[in-house]
Design a protein around this ligand. Structure first.
Ligand SMILES: Cc1cc2nc3c(=O)[nH]c(=O)nc-3n(C[C@H](O)[C@H](O)[C@H](O)COP(=O)(O)O)c2cc1C
Length: 358
């Protein structure tokens, strides 16, 4: 029989990545961690509801106070945060009929930040002191992003150390690995893109220099937790948060070549399903599993795997609104629609209230 989701629902095994299906829960910031930024019971319920994905990735997690750029995002830099995540991991494990890998997405907003997020009122840090042309929701209302402080070499090392500490905390909490968020215009992307990186030292200028921070970061985190526990997420053509690159194909080709051959868990690329031109080029350059994302549905996800363009497909809004997405794909069931008004912050409404099939 011709099962429309046969490929998406087939297992995927590569190294330590043992996925019961190929329907990935994409990382999604939901701003429900409160002022303490400690994962809570409501968050555990949310992730447990979505436990049947073949690979689960958490929302972006702040690696340190310097990394914060939004209210209510969870952290992974205090013992209470590690314990909070451990309870989330436990809830997911208990809800999983078959164990699937659960990765913590680590991020640092860089220049997409504001002094009101820190006790010392320091602005964000970035490769160059260029403010992001964005408005941010803060505890002081909607404000323009602050001019960031240019990172020194010592600051770069400290920042990498924050990621390493957070990655070790993630393993302590029971996660199977970490996904480094190098997309969406946040810190790693700010180093990669020539519009945000105007440095004249070994971390800026040439393509090789602009990818240096990302490569050193991957090396350090892989060195601490093992390469097979590290995924990397990129969004080559995004202009999110004012990031811009004059030649993303060259930049991301160089990055992919540099991180290939190291045994990483996976490369996760965000690019519209309708036009995945950079992803297509990277597929042949990366020697590990490829996760694709952005605008995929059952049909386009299934054909991406069938045609060998991807190993796994990540679903954001569809998984947000359909906690049992793999089952719905399997049964060809109708999908609930996501309500954007409850995406960022609030209570359980629009978070844990989307119904599963009866
Ligand atoms: C509410 C919401 C929050 C998101 N937060 C994150 C995030 O924390 N980290 C990240 O890498 N991408 C984030 N994204 C992007 C999604 O992972 C995904 O790339 C995007 O939704 C496109 O996939 P889709 O068409 O399947 O929804 C977010 C998207 C949404 C809708």
């Amino acid at each position: 029989m011709n099962q429309p989701a046969a490929q998406l629902l087939s297992p995927f095994l590569s190294g330590t990545l043992n996925c019961p299906n190929r329907v990935v829960l994409a990382p999604m910031t939901r701003n429900r961690a409160g002022v303490e930024r400690v994962p809570n019971a409501l968050m555990a319920t949310y992730y447990a509801q979505r436990a049947t994905g073949g690979l689960l990735v958490t929302e972006s997690i702040d690696v340190a106070p310097e990394a914060i750029g939004y209210p209510g995002t969870p952290g992974l830099y205090t013992p209470a945060m590690v314990s909070g995540w451990a309870a989330v991991v436990d809830a997911v494990r208990q809800a999983q009929p078959v164990r699937a890998p659960f990765f913590a997405q680590l991020f640092h907003t860089g220049r997409v930040s504001h002094p009101s997020f820190r006790a010392d009122r320091s602005p964000g840090v970035a490769p160059s002191a260029i403010a992001a042309d964005v408005q941010l929701y803060t505890f002081e209302g909607l404000v323009p992003a602050a001019v960031p402080t240019e990172l020194t070499h010592a600051g770069i090392r400290t920042t990498i150390d924050h990621y390493v500490t957070a990655a070790l905390g993630a393993l302590q909490a029971g996660f199977d690995g970490v996904e480094i968020n190098a997309g969406n215009g946040y810190l790693v992307h700010q180093f990669l893109a020539d519009g945000t990186n105007h440095r004249l030292d070994p971390y800026g200028g040439t393509t090789a220099n602009r990818v240096r921070f990302a490569v050193e970061l991957v090396e350090a985190v892989a060195g601490a937790v093992g390469a097979s526990r590290v995924g990397l997420r990129i969004s080559p053509r995004h202009t999110t948060n004012g990031v811009s690159d004059s030649d993303p194909m060259t930049t991301f080709t160089a990055l992919t070549r540099a991180i290939s051959g190291r045994g990483l868990a996976y490369l996760h690329v965000i690019e519209p399903a309708s036009d995945p031109q950079v992803t297509g080029a990277l597929r042949g350059l990366f020697d590990g599993p490829l996760v694709v994302n952005d605008g995929y549905d059952l049909v386009s996800g299934e054909s991406a795997i069938r045609e060998g363009r991807a190993d796994l497909v990540a679903y954001g809004r569809a998984f947000l609104a359909n906690p049992d997405l793999p089952r719905r794909f399997s049964e060809g069931a109708m999908l609930n629609e996501a309500d954007p008004s409850t995406f960022y912050g609030g209570d359980h409404t629009g978070y844990t209230t989307y119904p599963a099939l009866g």
